[in-house]
Ligand binder design. Structure first.
Ligand code: MRU
Length: 340
């Protein structure tokens, strides 16, 4: 199975991006050819999903090198600006740090930064395929799989992480059924995961987020696989809002709960999840659907975009190096050592 769409493509000096705000109504593309364009694309969620945010930011660093014309201070300011676009997904700072090193080693040569951005994009596709193969073992024949938000091809440079694991199991010929949480308030599950599942022909049911508990209690879910925006040394996982309550229900009913993510999503500098910065987004996302108000304008709103799931609630973390099981801290530190 291959995708018939590209979430990002560098063409004729420009970055062409699927405008994910428009899906599933229409498949439209947006272009980015400056730091400002890239900042806007990430902030306004033309692109979203941790690995894709990282890759797009890497191209942003290339534009920063072009715009800085050899001025290191200007370049660094532009990188800080890109870094401020969305705070939770660590892939953003990971990609910008990689580009910073390239800039230092090449005297800010834009062509070297472009080459690195292309490499980050290419690596992401390969890594997703690899982690999906490892992860597919947790999805058994006849499994009903629950996922949350969108951790598919649209959230990455291709194939996806959690949805990649599910697609891999399906491609292996396993008879599976996917339950996709709609994922209020931005509806990434309804708009994006459903779109990918329908396109791939994988049997799936879309559910309101609050239906997950009932399905789990009725024994209709065998395994939960979802993505991550940042994983800390102790195995705590920041992911789309709603992941944490899902993990509590899963633990209560003994349902295996996996997070699938590339190693670039592990923040080796953070000990535990309480230190992860959680993005709060506009109240409009909650009180409006398009131009239609579903709540009074005056109401106070709390709209965190992510929550943190404690490692105690996680069965395993699926990566391109294999599945990490508890004790997470020990095993993540071992992995860190192997990578150095
Ligand atoms: O706000 P979003 O849509 O960027 O949030 C996306 C998620 O939370 C995903 O689960 C996560 O980034 C992993 S994507 C492979």
């Amino acid at each position: 199975m291959t995708e018939d769409f590209k979430t990002l493509e560098f063409k004729n000096g420009k970055l062409v991006l699927i405008d994910q705000r428009k899906l599933p109504s229409s498949l439209e593309y947006a272009e980015a050819s400056s730091v400002e364009d890239v900042y806007f694309a990430i902030k306004d969620m033309i692109v979203r999903g941790a690995p894709l945010i990282g890759a797009v930011a890497a191209y942003g660093a290339y534009f920063a090198a072009v715009e800085a014309k050899g001025d290191k201070n200007v370049f660094n300011k532009k990188l800080s600006y890109l870094l401020s676009s969305r705070p939770t997904a660590v892939n953003l700072s990971w990609a910008l740090e990689r580009q910073k090193r390239i800039a230092e080693n090449t005297g800010l040569d834009p062509s070297a930064l472009l080459k690195e951005a292309l490499a980050i994009e290419d690596e992401d596709r390969k890594v997703n395929r690899k982690l999906s193969r490892y992860g597919s073992e947790v999805i058994k024949e006849n499994a009903n799989v629950l996922t949350h938000c969108n951790a598919g091809a649209l959230a990455t440079c291709g194939w996806g992480t959690a949805l990649g694991v599910i697609k891999e199991a399906y491609c292996q010929g396993k008879n599976i059924h996917v339950y996709a949480d709609e994922t209020r308030p931005r509806l990434q599950g309804a708009r994006l995961t459903s779109w990918e599942l329908v396109r791939a022909g994988i049997p799936a049911t879309l559910i309101p987020d609050s239906a997950a508990a009932t399905l789990i209690r009725e024994g209709k879910i065998d395994v939960i696989v979802l993505g991550a925006d940042r994983i800390t040394l102790n195995g705590d996982v920041a992911n789309k809002l709603g992941t944490f309550p899902l993990s509590i229900i899963a633990k209560e009913y003994n349902i295996p709960f996996y997070s699938a993510a590339p190693i670039s999503t592990i923040d080796f500098s953070l000990e535990e999840g309480k230190d992860i910065p959680i993005e709060e987004r506009s109240k409009d996302e909650v009180i409006k659907i398009e131009d239609y108000y579903v709540a009074p304008k005056e109401i106070i709103v709390f709209n965190p975009s992510f929550d943190v799931t404690p490692h105690e609630n996680i069965t395993g973390i699926i990566t391109e190096q294999g599945i990490i099981y508890p004790p997470f801290k020990e095993n993540i530190l071992k992995l860190k050592k192997e990578l150095c």
